[in-house]
Design a binder for this molecule. Structure first.
Ligand code: AMP
Length: 397
């Protein structure tokens, strides 16, 4: 069963075609600069094909992607009918969706209703769904939500201490994101530990350009660091993470900014980029630190501290933890980051083996002998979760 996974942004579209009989990747790619000019990067195994192709809108981009998958030179399917279903990454499902869902008119309407809460993400996700329906008529489309895994959070974790009527009226609460990643890596960690998923306390740290951390107790998300939007929580590449809301009006007055301008600054010019003044990329900041840049050094220390503080908080929330799991761009690739964060966690029973921690490219347990809490790195695979959920749903049709 071949399943296409689509992750649509405002001017980009990432895709993967998977054979779900054995969960192998057949091809993947990226359509960029949609609505500007258009560029396709298509990969089949180790081969990579790049070409400039006009993509005036998302419907055109989907068509370009399908042509690449069908192409005689670098395609992987002979007939479009081989695509059994399409799984779409959808960022915000609000309180409507606690699981993946077959997309129909009512679902599209609910996604429109959630767009207010994720104005940067949900509208392009919907564009992708509609463009995909147009190009693949009759093929089932499934929505897989970043928020769904966190719908198991208890009220004490997801409510903000605002007047209750704001929750009643607008559903202002913590939703959490990166759910497919937290779910995948926690399940994989349980498998690697050889212990039942529903009997473990796991803290997963998804540390990429966007970053969030999740407390998973007995297979259910019980708390997570991102909130009503993906701005809350950890220090990120360009986002502030946790911040005192009173800074917003203060900055509006002092810097003569509008509220959207302040939030734009919090989203795009803050985090590691704002603190270091160098870059949002950990590698550049680390290089700057090596070159003697003190501000870069400080930015990294603030980053580690915030992650470690959240781990402590979630260990307390669950009254213990069996494993701390690192994933995503930084979590998977930076042994230094893992070492620095774990250095805060000795009191919990975390003890790492530096030799094991220095390895890359493969999921691993890098705990030292005698550790009572496991330290692990698990390579995330959000597309596989989307394809698995899509397969489950279409298999029941
Ligand atoms: P992601 O959003 O998961 O793709 O992660 C992207 C981020 O991961 C980049 O901005 C880098 O900060 C970080 N990253 C990727 N590769 C490395 C590496 N080899 N060492 C340190 N950080 C890395």
């Amino acid at each position: 069963m071949k399943i296409l996974v689509v992750n649509c942004g405002s001017s980009s579209l990432k895709y993967q075609l998977l054979n779900m009989d054995d969960e192998t990747l057949l091809a993947k790619g990226l359509c960029e600069r949609i609505g500007i000019d258009g560029r396709l990067k298509h990969e089949r195994g180790a081969e990579e094909f790049i070409s400039d192709v006009p993509m005036p809108d998302h419907t055109a981009a989907i068509k370009v992607m399908l042509d690449a998958l069908l192409s005689k030179e670098h395609g992987v399917i002979a007939n479009i009918n081989e695509i059994v279903a399409v799984g779409h990454r959808v960022v915000h499902g609000g309180e409507f969706f606690s699981d993946s869902v077959l997309i129909n008119d009512a679902v599209e309407k609910a996604l429109e209703d959630c767009s207010d809460m994720a104005p940067l993400h949900n509208p392009p996700n919907l564009l992708g769904i509609r463009a995909s329906k147009k190009n693949l008529p009759g093929v089932p489309q499934v929505g897989v939500f970043d928020t769904a895994f966190h719908q198991t959070m208890p009220k004490k974790a997801y409510m903000y201490a605002l007047p209750h009527k704001l929750y009643d009226t607008y559903k202002i609460r913590k939703y959490g994101f990166h759910g497919t990643s937290h779910k995948y890596v926690s399940m994989k960690a349980a498998e690697m530990l050889g212990r039942p998923y529903n009997k473990l306390k796991i803290i997963t740290c998804h540390l990429g350009n966007g970053a969030s951390i999740c407390a998973i107790e007995n297979g259910r998300s019980v708390d997570t660091s991102m909130g009503f939007t993906p701005l809350e929580g950890l220090v990120m590449g360009t986002r502030t993470g946790d911040i005192d809301a009173a800074i917003v009006p203060y900055l509006m007055e002092k810097e003569k900014l509008t509220a959207p301008q302040v939030i734009d600054m919090f989203n795009k010019k803050s985090g590691l980029l704002g603190l270091s003044g160098v870059s949002n990329d950990f590698r550049d900041i680390f290089q700057a630190k090596q070159d003697g840049n003190e501000q870069a050094d400080e930015a990294l220390e603030i980053y580690y501290y915030r992650v470690a503080s959240y781990i402590g908080r979630y260990a307390a929330a669950m009254n213990g933890v069996d494993a701390v799991v690192f994933t995503a761009g930084l979590g998977e690739n930076s042994s230094l980051l893992r070492e620095k964060v774990c250095a805060y966690l000795g009191y919990l029973g975390v003890k790492i083996d530096s030799e094991k921690n220095s390895k890359r490219g493969k999921s691993m347990d890098f705990s030292a002998d005698g550790a009572t809490v496991r330290s692990m790195m698990v390579m995330t695979n959000e597309e596989l979760v989307i394809a698995r959920d899509t397969k489950d749903i279409v298999s029941k049709l």
